[in-house]
Each structure stands twice: as structure tokens, then as C-alpha cells.
Design a protein around this ligand. Sequence first.
Ligand SMILES: Cc1ncc(COP(=O)(O)O)c(C=O)c1O
Length: 408
Amino acid sequence: MRVFLGALRHLRPAETFWRPCLIPFCRQYLVGTEENEIANAIKNRSIAAPGPYSELCEALISDQVGKAPALLVPSCTAALEMAAILLNLQPGDEVIMPSFTFSTTATSVVLRGARPVFVDVDPSTFNLDPEAVARAIGPSTRAIFVVHYAGVPADMESLLLIAREHGIKLVEDAAQAYGSFYNGQPAGSHGHLSCFSFHGTKNISSGEGGALVINDRDLLERAEIIREKGTDRAKFLTGQTAFYTWQDIGSSMVVNEMTAAFLSVQLRAAAHITERRLEQWRRYKAALAEPAAQGHFSLPDPPRNCKHNAHCFFVVLPSREIRADLMQHLRAFGINAVSHYVPLHSSPAGQRFGRQVGPMPNTQRAADCLLRLPLWHDLGSDQEVVIEAILDWCSKEGSRNAYAQIGQ
Ligand SMILES: Cc1ncc(COP(=O)(O)O)c(C=O)c1O
């Protein structure tokens, strides 16, 4: 392994923040037949939605999540926005969600005039802490938006119990969790509605893309109307009505056939892609177990009842400063390891549109100390370079600590 790192050091001695990295954080995986399928969509002169490719994608997604109807949409953000409309969220309503999440978990709610209520996450999975959720429930609570961080499902048993007890809806923001399972059931099959992302950073990707899964079948007809510009065009296309007309609020949330053609290839390869990512995830975990035991960082430890999809592998450093040091060390070797999120409760828009309930120590720790390592389908021997660079940093960190102790 030393050979890998030595070669890389020679090639790129002083990588900086703005120069392209030799080993990026993620990379689009191509099965190889995407171009053929796109060419086929064009040849058929059928590129608007809906068409055979979007129908195929929806069938594949539905199969993955336990046969619930799935609507292909342009992004997970679009799916979340549709979910917020379907729940009839209004000004004065509140939705509980983690502060440690992507902006659009919250913007979807704010667009309806409702208020996101931010709570802390569990210290080990960085998923919603059910006790924090229970403490935040109030008379205005209408829903819980649950995120499955890093593709590891949240504690759905406890969260569903809370939702049922209080008669509120549960939406899964499963942006990162396509192909994951909780208690043997697919992620996305538990909530009233579930939202997936097929963005370029996700395991299964069409660059941009998403899906809304409708487990509460009563919401299906309205979901189709919202997606089709507020009209009942879906009914018209299946011969259930002689013409279509404006029925409700809505938007243009359909996906063109070229994107769907690309995605259909990816979805068919989903099991293979997940397995390859899991191999890398396990390799990181095994190779970094020793420095973790020595206290350099901690590693992810998904609960036993969760089968995750290896969306991401991360290390959690003891402090923000130490994380910055490791990040800089990796960049010197052209390795792009990245952090996220700025907690929503402390973001400018989060403070303007939302409110925080309870302290946020685990959210803050994730934001300050978590570092995600490169992981993609054909990372190959580059993974050894990443591992070697981390071990190299640990050995230097060890000597720094030793010096610090002598100096004391
Ligand atoms: C938790 C979460 N929710 C929502 C999104 C938005 O997904 P999209 O880019 O498909 O809109 C992301 C994207 O990374 C995400 O991680």
C-alpha cells in the first residue's frame, strides 16, 4: 500500500482547495448501455412524458419498495414539495425534522407557509432521535419528515409509533436510501409518502431525478394531478376521462423520456451497484478499525436491524480542527473527502422560517466532526490510496500527540 501513496505524493505534492482532485468524492457510474436506451427513446420519437421508459422506471421503483405506486419526478426536492402539498400543509402548521439534513427537507414545508421544527439526531446514526421528536410534538404538529442519513434507515418503529399516537403523517426523505432495508422492509415503504433522489451524488443516478412513493393509496389520484400541472391528464391518458382539465394546484413534475431511459438502466443494475459499494464500505471499516480503536476517530456502526445501501462511509473526528487537519492532509494527495451539513437550525433561512426544539449536541458534532470519504462503484485501487493516506495521517497525528504530551 505504501507504493500507492508514494506514487501519488510524487505526482501531486501540494493539492489545494480549488484544484481538481485526483480522487474525487463521488463519480457517476455508467452501466454502459445508457446511450443505447437514450438513442432508442429518440428513435421512437417519444421523448416527452409519460412514455415507456418512465413507466419502466416506476415499475422498477415500485418493485423495490414493496409494490407501492411510484411516480417519477425531476428530483427528491420535487417529491418533497409534492408530499407537502398532499399533506395540505398550511400557515400555522409545523413539521418536525432533523436539523442535520439537506435544505430541501425544510424548503418543501416552508413553500406551503408551514414551519419546520428542528430537533437533534441520534449520536450514532445521525438520524432523527425519537425522544427529541416526542418532546417537540405540539398542537400544531402535522407531520414528521424522517431522513435516512447515509442510507441507514432511521428508527422507524419508534417514529411510526409517535406518528400513530398523535394522528400525524410520516414522510420518509429517503433521498440517500434507495436499496436499504429496515427490519427486512425496504426504506421508503414505511411512511405515508416517501421521497427518493437519483441525483448525481446518489448510488443510482440520472444526474437529476427522483421519485415519490405513495404508500397511502388515498393520496395517489391527487398526486398524479399535482404532478401533471394540476390537471387530470393521467386519467385522460388511461382512457378514464374524455378530456382533461384543471383540477387542483400543481406543477410540472414529470420527467422526459431521455432521462428516464438513462435511469432505467441504472435501476436495473441497482442490486449490483449496491453490492459493489457495500464491498468498499466494508473494506474501509476493516482497514480503519485499528486507528479507530486507538481513538483517532469513530466509524459508522449501523444498527443490526438495518441493511444499508453503502451510500456513504464517514469517519467522525474528535474536533472541527482535527477534521480540518485530516481534510487538508488528504487534499495534499489529491483526495477529496468532504463534510456537510451546516445545521438547518443555525442557517440564515432556518432561523427565519423554522424553530429549534431542544439542544443540538449531536447535530453540531456531525456538522463539525464528520468527514465523508470517496466512495463510488469503481473506486478500485484508489481506495487503497485513501486508506493509506489516512493511516499516514494517523501515524503523524500519533507523533504530534506524543510531542504534545512531552511538552505538558
Ligand atoms: C436528505 C436529502 N434530502 C433531499 C435531497 C434533495 O435531493 P435532489 O437533489 O434529488 O432534489 C438530498 C440531496 O442530496 C438529500 O440528501
